[in-house]
Design a protein around this ligand. Structure first.
Ligand code: 3PG
Ligand code: MG
Length: 393
């Protein structure tokens, strides 16, 4: 069922109203500096629209995973200056939602306020209805634009949506659901998924869900080693999940034609000894060495497949891309997506690590999701609680 969006509301539903808006401002921060502001920028179209329509915008978000109450390290106050710059307007900070209602009422039309980290209050992650009531005192209607948090049933994403009317999706949420939804509904073919990352365990449900839908599923990252081992190959000291070998065998037996494994790998004695790295074919990984990337023949093979695709979904790096030269495989995939996009393919990148791998290339891709866990759960076919709670169209 499609969900109502901001765009479906008449102007009088917004003018002068307090729009309690859940955003995902869970951005990476190092030494007090935001290292990636993608999520802040992604929230701007919704906020701008609300302001233009005369609403007072009250923003709710979590930041990090604080445990046991307020912790300055996770305070949203530290993102205010950066966010004001991006927005081009002042942002009022509300330190405690329990006594923020007065502030939200005296805000001018078009004013913007940001409430302190929702996870500073113990009820948030329990989807506590009382905390949701407190949040609800800050708004007249509810907008959820936090796709990255939509897989969490928390007070600020789920319970509060039942307390304010209307409760609709923002433009980022709408866009995410549309592009990811297309992958599951009617992808243009050939449809190829590329999955990487360390573990099969975190991706198994998405592999299972995508296999019947894709024409090919390309596997990279350390995950490939569990498949190599399942085929009886030596993998040296590579990361392998012994408890997933049966599963890998089962997938190879039932979908062997669609599952495309790397032809070879770039190996090294250890990550620290990257200088000694060398390429080998998948059937000649020596004992005492470990796999850290896909090799060049695999890059060429994957590229050749991807440039023929009309729909591509990619999640997870092909190697340890934070440590050159093991970034080469991941970069090759990023470039292949851009190349396929130029030929008209729809290219969708899932959140998390893969987003860092395509930094600066966003405008050459159809859609880069702001959700890591959320995009995977969506593609697994699960209902996201933060979406389910919104009004149907
Ligand atoms: C994310 O970054 O994955 C989302 O903001 C959700 O955060 P969480 O994984 O801590 O719930
Ligand atoms: Mg997460």
């Amino acid at each position: 069922m499609k969900k109502k969006s901001l765009r479906d509301l008449p102007p009088q539903a917004l003018d002068g109203k307090r729009a309690l808006t859940r955003v995902d401002f869970n951005v990476p921060i190092k030494n007090g500096k935001i290292t990636d502001d993608t999520r802040l920028r992604a929230s701007l179209p919704t906020i701008k629209y609300l302001r233009d329509k005369g609403a007072r915008v009250v923003l709710l978000s979590h930041l990090g995973r604080p445990k046991g109450g307020p912790d300055p390290q996770f305070s949203l106050k530290q993102i205010v200056p950066e966010f004001e710059k991006l927005l081009g307007a002042p942002v009022e900070f509300i330190p405690d939602p329990a006594n923020g209602a007065a502030t939200t009422r005296r805000m001018p039309r078009g004013g913007v306020a940001l409430v302190e980290n929702t996870r500073f209050w113990p009820g948030e992650e329990k989807n506590d209805p009382d905390l949701a009531k407190t949040f609800a005192t800050l708004g007249d209607l509810y907008v959820n634009d936090a796709f990255g948090s939509a897989h969490r049933a928390h007070s600020s994403t789920e319970a509060v949506a039942h307390l304010l009317k209307p409760a609709v999706s923002g433009f980022l949420m709408e866009r995410e659901l549309e592009y990811l939804g297309q992958l599951l509904e009617n992808p243009k073919r050939p449809f190829i998924a590329v999955l990487g990352g360390a573990k099969i365990s975190g991706k198994i449900d998405v592999i299972r869900s995508l296999l019947p839908k894709v024409d090919e599923l390309l596997i990279g990252g350390a995950m490939a080693c569990t498949f190599f081992r399942a085929l009886g190959l030596e993998v040296g000291d590579s990361l392998v999940e012994p408890d997933r070998l049966d599963l890998a065998r089962d997938l190879l037996a039932t979908s062997g034609k669609k599952l495309i494994l790397p032809r070879g790998a770039v190996i090294a004695p250890s990550l620290e000894r990257a200088k000694d790295s060398k390429p080998v074919s998948a059937d000649s990984i020596p004992k005492g060495w470990a796999v850290f990337d896909i090799d060049e023949p695999t890059q060429h093979d994957f590229r050749a497949r991807l440039v023929r695709a009309r729909t591509i979904f990619w999640n997870g790096p092909m190697g340890v891309f934070e440590t050159p030269p093991f970034d080469a495989g991941t970069r090759a995939i990023a470039n292949a997506l851009v190349e396929a996009g130029k030929k008209g393919a729809v290219t969708v990148v899932g959140g998390g690590d893969s987003v860092a791998a395509v930094a600066g290339m966003e405008d050459k891709l159809t859609h880069v999701s702001t959700g890591g866990g959320a995009s995977l759960e969506f593609l697994e076919g699960k209902e996201l609680p933060g979406v389910a709670a919104l009004e149907d169209k």
